[in-house]
Design a protein around this ligand. Sequence first.
Ligand SMILES: [Fe+2]
Length: 206
Amino acid sequence: MAIEQLRAGSDNFSYLIISPSDNHAALVDPSTDATAALHRIDDLNLTLDYIIITHYHSDHTAAVPTVKRRHPAAKVVASEADGRLLKNRPEIIVKDGMVLKVGGISVKVIATPGHTPGGICLLVDSEALITGDTLFIGDCGRTDLPGGSLREMFDSIHKKIMPLPDSLLVYPGHDYGDLPFDTLGHQKQTNKTLKAKTLEDFAKIP
Ligand SMILES: [Fe+2]
């Protein structure tokens, strides 16, 4: 299993999930500029199976049409709630617990509303967690944008992310932290949004 973290847009990250045994791949969040991702796909001669959207915000999705034109067989994947807000309507609607196969890799969808109603995280082969704007290094995503919910974010973090293994590598949707990625175990110890044990404490975080 290989994940490539690619800088895109101003401070966004896109991700290529690559199955090395057969060169199948998925691109997560093409961002506003998929140039780097498209070059990597060409350089590595990858077969792009999926364009997976963690949430509908345009800084994660504006380049979806560009990628789709270059790789028309790649299917756009999103949750129902966020997918209906995309210009490219998703061809695959995913729900919590669904698993996509990228070559030999399993990509499990974890519904994590809070930043948007249909935001998802992706558990990649029990080794990595691509978190979109749900979890950043040191923080979590905003809950004050349209469709956001502080209570849902708290539940997503504490019921969905906290039970996952410490060994997972957390790959966020933006380069907002002091590291580009980190282990979930270290984030459980240091990230103020994971350390807040009650909704009341969570709500007080600046
Ligand atoms: Fe966002």
